[in-house]
Design a protein around this ligand. Sequence first.
Ligand SMILES: Cc1ncc(C[n+]2csc(CCOP(=O)(O)OP(=O)(O)O)c2C)c(N)n1
Length: 188
Amino acid sequence: MKRFDAIKRIVETIDDEFIISNIGFPSRELFGIKDRKNTFYMSGSMGMATPIGLGLSLALEEKDDDRKVIVIDGDGSLLMNFGELITVFAQNPHNLIIALIDNEAYGSTGSQETYASKVNLSDIAKSIGFKEVYYIDARNSTDNLNMNDYVDKEGPVFLHVKVKPGNSDAPIIDLSPSKIKNRFMKQI
Ligand SMILES: Cc1ncc(C[n+]2csc(CCOP(=O)(O)OP(=O)(O)O)c2C)c(N)n1
């Protein structure tokens, strides 16, 4: 299975959680599967979806708002801003789930190989100190991916989903960045 299948499964098995999605095809695929007002399609830089998710998680915690934040991130983006995992661990947000869709590639720009084929990203999360670390091999099936198994865990949760590389025929997101931001903020 590819990134598209994993994202579809994530969307099918969640409720009204906030989603922050990674730049490029992950956001486009998510938009094509189901556009939701409580999704923030991050269209800036690699390595910024998780920091944005962390900021939102901390802000919700401060308001005693118990809604959850799911970040759909990519291996290339995580590797580009690796310090984000350490910051998340240190800040310890209880409501944050990082769903790392690992296709061992910079999928959105032509599937050039990343070093995720050489290092195990969930082992790294464990070594940082994350307590809730899960690895799902979804290369042949996404049946074992169900967000209900993770959303009620005491975060931060690091969910590592291995998929095959490849993009689907996903639409362009026909919403302006300010529209995406404003409608998302209204949900908060
Ligand atoms: C700092 C930065 N460098 C390069 C790009 C161009 N770019 C956009 S998406 C992408 C690949 C992202 O790969 P990954 O995070 O693994 O996600 P995937 O597309 O494989 O799901 C690249 C290189 C960017 N947006 N930001």
